[in-house]
Design a protein around this ligand. Structure first.
Ligand code: IPE
Length: 265
């Protein structure tokens, strides 16, 4: 029987230097490519975020607000271009580690309506998986039937893909150890939530830190909200610190790892 897909999201916070515009975190990308090669996951889809490539430009040109004036048009192009640059660097690192990565721009097959995915033809992703490629997608600027354009976060994209592809698991690599009771970067009493389910998440959602910094798509809080439909579908979700060696490989291989596991029940 064919293995169900795994979706790996590499957060922009892990693969870029978040406070330095257009700067990658090269050692992290190199190490992740190595770990992904070692894990050798059958049916892997990779999605990465924007970090300091996507968010500052998206914010500068108010892309999430939709089309309001002509000056944003260049901003849309620049934001998309920055994402393709980051994507190229990720794909190159994967290919150097002998991973058959193929880049697909979400802006070429996803349309949103008020920022939510409205149309998405995932046939190419399915066909690539069938042929044992590793499709590599990313949070992107997309066209929007109400607002003209919008930002599609990698998190909204992975939740949708998990449902369409009936994914076994989602692994999310960020720059903190997982979901915490408070923002671990600001509050030293923040505790890691090792395991939780939807019921508990909904009950205690005020736990989730609401850090936004310059993240136009909503920080950890936004992430969890986006993931709920996929978890409801039955896709187990593990959040780990992708800047720490070994965590992503262990999560992909279903080994015990420091992080947060969220299951349906
Ligand atoms: C954002 O994608 C993409 C753009 C701003 C163009 P994400 O929202 O998935 O990025 P990260 O992981 O939070 O950086």
């Amino acid at each position: 029987m064919k293995a169900k897909p795994t979706i790996l999201k590499l957060g922009g916070s892990a693969i870029t230097q978040k406070d330095k515009p257009l700067k990658v975190n090269r050692p992290v990308i190199e190490n992740l490519a190595q770990e992904i090669a070692e894990a050798n996951t059958p049916q892997l889809v990779l999605v990465h975020g924007g970090g300091s490539f996507g968010h500052p430009l998206a914010k500068q040109y108010a892309i999430t607000d939709g089309f309001k004036d002509h000056s944003q048009i260049m901003g849309f192009s620049k934001t998309h271009d920055a994402m393709t640059t980051l994507n190229g660097l990720v794909v190159q690192a994967l290919i150097q580690h002998n991973i058959p990565a193929v880049s697909i721009a979400p802006s070429s097959f996803v349309l949103t309506k008020s920022g939510r995915i409205e149309k998405m033809n995932s046939d190419i992703v399915t066909k690539l998986l069938d042929m044992k490629f590793v499709p590599v997608l990313y949070g992107d600027t997309v066209l929007d039937s109400d607002k003209g354009f919008a930002i599609l976060s990698g998190d909204q994209l992975i939740a949708k893909l998990a449902i369409i592809l009936d994914a076994e698991q989602i692994v999310i690599g960020v720059d903190v150890d997982g979901l915490c009771t408070a923002d671990p970067k600001k509050d030293s009493s923040a505790k890691l939530i090792k395991h939780t389910d939807l019921k508990e998440l909904k009950r205690k959602h005020s736990w989730i830190e609401k850090a936004r910094v310059i993240d136009v798509t909503g920080g950890m809080y936004g992430k969890i909200i986006e993931l709920i439909p996929a978890i409801e579908h039955g896709t187990r979700t593990t959040i780990v610190n992708a800047t720490k060696k070994g965590t992503v490989r262990k999560a992909l291989c279903n080994e015990k790892v420091k992080g947060t596991i969220i299951e349906k029940e």
